[in-house]
Design a protein. Structure first.
Length: 202
């Protein structure tokens, strides 16, 4: 049964939006000082132990089966290594606002791709229209002027776009293959394998 959002829910939502929305700004600052892939590695190395501590605090554990570890590897690749690496590289060549706009395509990608891989999902025009309206709102909030120089940022935009695409595919994969894995375990595995994959590339 649906319930109305309380103050704690709104606080969590706004905090999440603030943290995610500021990612591109702070990343743009970071890559001025350190190599792009190094910054991506640092994000995973910092996040992994934090996720692990929280995982244990919630009473969850790392998987004990081979399939569980394989699932975490693919999550680490699709939702850790590829997004973190492509965002860090792409942000060197595009404005931070453009990164936010590109990540705003995730709901649209989810509406289109989820029905392809998940039998329980269906494509509807209403969902697509809703995702498009949300995307338009992101563009208006960030400022349509960011799009003015899009023609000069094609490569950076393409590489950055791989991040939301990979993240969407990772979220779909998680719904299909993560049976028995708790969200804290998936988050820890995502950061752990993200680091393992990115370190040799940095």
């Amino acid at each position: 049964m649906n319930r109305a959002m309380n103050l704690a829910d709104w606080t969590l939502l706004l905090t999440t939006a603030l943290l995610l929305g500021s990612t591109f700004l702070f990343l743009n600052i970071a890559i001025q000082e350190i190599p792009a892939l190094t910054s991506a590695v640092l994000r995973t190395l910092i996040a992994a132990p934090i996720c692990y501590v929280l995982m244990r605090a919630f009473g969850a554990r790392m998987p004990t089966t081979r399939q569980g570890w394989i699932s975490l590897f693919w999550l680490g690749l699709l939702t850790g290594a590829i997004p973190f690496g492509t965002i860090s590289w792409g942000q060197q060549h595009i404005a931070s606002g453009m990164g936010g706009i590109l990540f705003g395509t995730m709901p649209i990608l989810s509406v289109v791709l989820a029905p392809v891989f998940l039998a329980e999902e269906t494509f509807t025009k209403r969902r697509l229209v809703g995702a498009l309206i949300g995307f338009a709102g992101i563009v208006l909030l960030i400022g349509p002027s960011v799009l003015a120089n899009a023609g000069d940022q094609v490569l950076g935009m393409f590489v950055t776009f791989l991040a939301p695409l990979s993240h969407t595919l990772g979220a779909i994969y998680a719904r299909r293959q993560s049976a028995g894995l708790t969200p804290p375990t998936m988050a820890t595995g995502q950061m752990l394998f993200g680091a393992v994959i990115l370190i040799p590339l940095a």
